[in-house]
Unconditional design. Structure first.
Length: 282
């Protein structure tokens, strides 16, 4: 694809590109918006360096792509900005958000289309990377009989797996822990490509199968997602931004920097109900 208003530098042939020539603090013109959107569709996750955004500018950039999502059960840090999810770890942290492979909030009936994470503080010694995986490739590299079987199946995604045990025990009764059933093979609404849509972080079981069958099949798929050839690994610097498409990627946040500090804000763009439309060629 030829870009005129931005520069796109792929970081692997399979997934991920750095975007240059954009100041995210300023409103994007129509051409630049379209090219950033195209770069996201082509590369699945895109990265920007040396950005300085206020909370409002971060939200405005996200709103260019759709209404903003409010997390169903994460604490609201800024009362006037419920759409800002704070990503923070320090010397008191035992876990961090996103340590398990996942696509954000897939427990929602209409999970978010994309997430835009802006980190302003990063740990020393190159720690705290995020790894992203290409779910189109995860699907495409399965055998034909396996693809055929998965096309008829759904999976239950449940937030208790990812969120319940992380919430303060005293807060749990007041919180919402949504769950939803989605097709295992998801058709991307823009590209029309098929991707695998189960994750270790959120998926509970495949209701059409017996429990031991479901457990074994899901474990095989989770391991398949961990195949390094599907991945790129992003090394954060202060003021880097990552924008990923939750409909065709999963990610995994490395927690290899305790007791150091890592801090940033995420805005999350609303999405639509996952569907499966069989492709002509399976
Ligand atoms: C997340 O949004 O899952 C967190 C990703 C990260 O902190 O790198």
């Amino acid at each position: 694809m030829a870009y005129q208003s931005i520069e796109v530098r792929k970081i692997t042939p399979t997934i991920g590109a750095e975007i240059h020539g954009v100041d995210l603090a300023r409103p994007l013109g129509n051409q630049q918006f379209q090219e950033v959107h195209d770069a996201l569709m082509d590369n699945l996750v895109i990265f920007f360096r040396d950005q300085k955004m206020s909370i409002d500018q971060h939200k405005d950039f996200g709103r260019r792509f759709g209404p903003l999502h409010v997390h169903p059960n994460a604490p609201i840090t800024f009362k006037e900005h419920p759409e800002i999810l704070v990503i923070k770890a320090d010397e008191t942290s035992r876990h961090v958000a996103g340590e398990e492979w996942h696509s954000d909030v897939s427990c929602d009936p209409e999970p978010p289309m994309g997430s835009i994470l802006y980190l302003t503080e990063v740990p020393p010694d190159g720690a705290g990377d995020t790894i992203f995986a290409n779910m189109y490739r995860a699907y495409e590299t399965l055998s034909d009989p396996m693809k055929k079987m998965l096309q008829g199946l759904t999976a239950l995604h449940d937030s208790t797996k990812a969120h319940y045990y992380r919430a303060k025990a005293t807060d749990r009764d007041e919180m919402q822990f949504p769950n939803a059933e989605h097709p295992i093979v998801r058709t991307h609404p823009v590209t029309g490509r098929q991707g695998l849509y189960v994750s270790r972080g959120f998926t509970l079981r495949i209701p059409q199968l017996k429990k031991h069958e479901s457990d074994a099949l899901l474990e095989m798929l989770y391991r398949h997602v961990e195949t390094p050839e599907f991945h790129c690994r992003f090394k954060w610097q202060p003021n880097s931004v990552a924008f990923w498409d939750n409909r065709c990627t999963q990610h995994h946040a490395m927690f290899d920097y305790f007791p150091h500090r890592r801090y940033g804000h995420r805005v999350t763009v609303c999405g639509d109900k996952p569907f499966h439309r069989p492709s002509q060629t399976a």
